[in-house]
Ligand binder design. Structure first.
Ligand code: BTN
Length: 329
């Protein structure tokens, strides 16, 4: 479509002026077709300025989400190679779940805003427009069910690596999959799966992630103001959501490939590189009971090894959560 080709070219030359004639020549269409495409893109919210007789420029500071803007930074074989960008949706996880039967492996839904974003344990996930990015990835890995939890581990790794790459700081992972900076939660991950009842095989998994990029104009909602943080609170420069999304998909695909190949040691090594609380005292919360322990390590399945009264044990995610000491939050 001419519109997408124009957007791709403007994205590639973000901040630079390109003449209508050059665009028309490069894309093999008329100047009128270029003008129409630019008008549509503006209506869609892309800040494109034009200078009479000189050409068009996509505003350097634009952070509008677009399929072309994400696609041009992908290095994947399958993750997000088919994708849709939605301005509003109830939930990107719901969007994929409703269409899973007809969508290919790696299909991604990315939204600027969710009206019914879902979190873990049936909670809501607030997803206002312009301030975050909400993404879901449909995967059909050929893996045994015991390895499904590693998709969530992979999503936490991919989020941290994407943040390093596009926001230039290194966050922490609090076991299992909380991505934090100075104790503030930067993103939420919700992995859902469908299992074939007859064979007990994984039919598909949907990995959903919401990342807080900047504080919404109206401020953080009171219920999350104390616990949540945004990438731009810590990044030395503005963060572009298209680049963040592409980087997440690039790293997520490499994690999926490690999980599918069974090389979980390599995956867990990447996970450990973001875990900074080992050797420290923690509080383990199990069915509302609190116990003190020392965090010792992460085993090759991603489980947490703790020590209590000289005895080591392994915690499996699910009904257990942990609290870190104040200075590590
Ligand atoms: C949590 O922290 O409880 C998990 C939140 C997961 C939110 C993401 S945003 C994209 C995807 N769509 C949803 O409805 N939820 C996930």
């Amino acid at each position: 479509m001419v519109r997408d080709d124009v957007l791709r070219t403007l994205e590639e030359h973000r901040g630079e002026l390109i003449s209508g004639g050059t665009l028309a020549r490069e894309l093999g269409v008329s100047r009128t077709a270029i003008w129409k495409a630019v008008s549509t893109l503006r209506e869609m919210g892309f800040p494109i300025t034009s200078t009479a007789g000189e050409g068009y420029r996509l505003d350097e500071a634009s952070d509008a989400l677009s399929e072309a803007g994400i696609a041009m930074e992908l290095t994947t074989q399958y993750a997000a190679r088919n994708l849709c960008v939605l301005s509003t949706v109830d939930s990107t996880n719901n969007y994929l779940k409703q269409r899973a039967a007809e969508l290919p492996n790696g299909y991604a839904a990315v939204a600027d805003c969710q009206t019914a974003g879902r979190g873990r344990l049936g909670r809501n996930f607030l997803s206002p427009s312009g301030s975050g990015i909400y993404m879901s990835l449909l995967l059909r890995p050929q893996i045994p069910l015991e390895r499904i939890h590693l998709l969530t581990v992979g999503a936490a790794i991919a989020a941290c690596e994407a943040i390093q790459e596009t926001a230039d700081f290194t966050p922490d992972i609090k076991w299992v999959n909380d991505v934090l900076m100075h104790g503030k939660k930067l993103c939420g991950i919700l992995t859902e799966a469908s299992v074939e009842a007859e064979t007990g095989q994984l039919s598909y998994a949907i990995v959903g992630i919401g990342i807080n990029v900047r504080t919404p104009a109206s401020g953080l909602a009171p219920e999350i103001a104390e616990i949540a943080g945004c990438l731009e609170d810590f990044a030395p420069h503005p963060v572009r959501r298209n680049a963040l999304a592409a980087s997440f998909f690039n790293h997520m695909e490499s994690c999926c490939d490690l999980i599918a190949s069974g090389d979980t040691e390599a995956l867990i090594d990447r996970y450990r590189s973001f875990i900074h609380f080992l050797g420290q005292p923690i509080t383990v919360i199990r069915f509302d009971q609190r116990e003190e322990a020392t965090a010792v390590g992460i085993d090759s399945s991603g489980h947490l090894i703790i020590e209590q009264n000289g005895q080591r044990s392994t915690l499996v995610a699910g009904e257990i959560s942990i609290r870190l000491p104040e200075q590590l939050r």
